[in-house]
Design a protein around this ligand. Sequence first.
Ligand code: GLN
Length: 447
Amino acid sequence: QTFLAHIKALNPNLNAFITLDEEKSLHQAKLADQMIAAGKATSLTGIPIAHKDIFCANGWLTTCGSKMLANFIAPYDATIVQLFDQAGMVNLGKTNMDEFAMGSSNETSYYGPVKNPWDKQAVPGGSSGGAACAIAARLIPAATGSDTGGSIRQPAALCGISGIRPTYGLVSRYGMIALASSIDQAGPMAKSAEDLALLLNTMAGFDERDSTSLQREKEDYTQDLNKPLNGVRIGLPKEFFTEGISQEVADAIDAALAEYRKLGATLVEVSLPHGQYAVPVYCVLASAEASSNLARFDGIRYGYRAEHYTNLEDLYTKTRTEGFGEEVKRRILIGTLMLSHDYYEAYYLQSQRIRRLIAKDFTTAFEQCDLIMGPTSPTVAFNIGEKNGDPTQMYLADTYTCTASLAGLPGMSIPIGFGANKRPIGLQIIGNYFREAQMLNAAHSYQ
Ligand code: GLN
């Protein structure tokens, strides 16, 4: 009730939530009480959480930030929603996000932009901007997010919180509305690495309902949190420290790395020579996959349907014209073009090849280091409206995050300070496949 009261007081201004349902939340809180009374509590029982509106939650409006799904009540739970329910967490609502997770500022949401709680002129980042904002403003202690090109890490950095995108396949995506299926990954967002470890313990695991889910033995991600960092080799990709990065971010990263050296780690230079192609490759592949995934929003099966139409073709056209926002349409157009007969070879296949080279770069780099560190975002949070008319500038916000995404590697962001105008700065930590425990150990040691 304390959290709900905070939300009631602050959310009208911040716009971090799309849906709140006090009755449902209080009912879940009662169930948590019963679990505790019955001696069945887990370490998460009774703790509030909020789900990004990309996750289906049974009986909850699930909009994905789009007019297209503005009337869609999910008839089932996403696997991770179910897992957190079973652990006794209390769902306080569905958080705001860029439409269909396309964006880096939360400005493409049909439900309006979210404000950065540190400075209400600034964006919170995206696409999991509502989640990052709600945690930073202390409206909730934990949230789910999804990260394709950086949508957990970048908003975490811009709002001064912690977030981790696990290895591709570690966390089930069943019930998570698809953007780019070969890149999408779900993950937790919270105040600290320790909280992320607890959340990941519940989220991670094989799910037969997700065909990309991996069968692995369960791990305890809290296990290594307090391990000393002596001898840990931190790789610094020289391509991450070029002129694209703002001075205040570079200074904060330097200070954080000095701290790591004090903690016993050694710093080594590594190289990701194909990293410079990550943003264009991501744009081609993510748009191509999105254009295919979003074909299901046809006005027939569920969601929005245009009111006036003359035939089936007209129904499709009007529904999609009226239901999708500008950024979604842009990507459907780009993606469809990339997959068309004349362009498939030159763009789609070529991008797949470069994606392979980017993954190989990481394999080589991880022969020389245990973890990779660098900036999460090239700049602190920008102002609402500042990049809105310029998609290319917006895509460049993912410069440092989409590289690991394309390789399927785990990445996280932790807060390391503030820029001159008191806007937060994040440090990105990239691990090798399934090295989440080691990443959380490094993050926790710093925190
Ligand atoms: N900003 C990126 C995009 O617009 C990332 C989105 C995401 O990770 N879901 O595609």
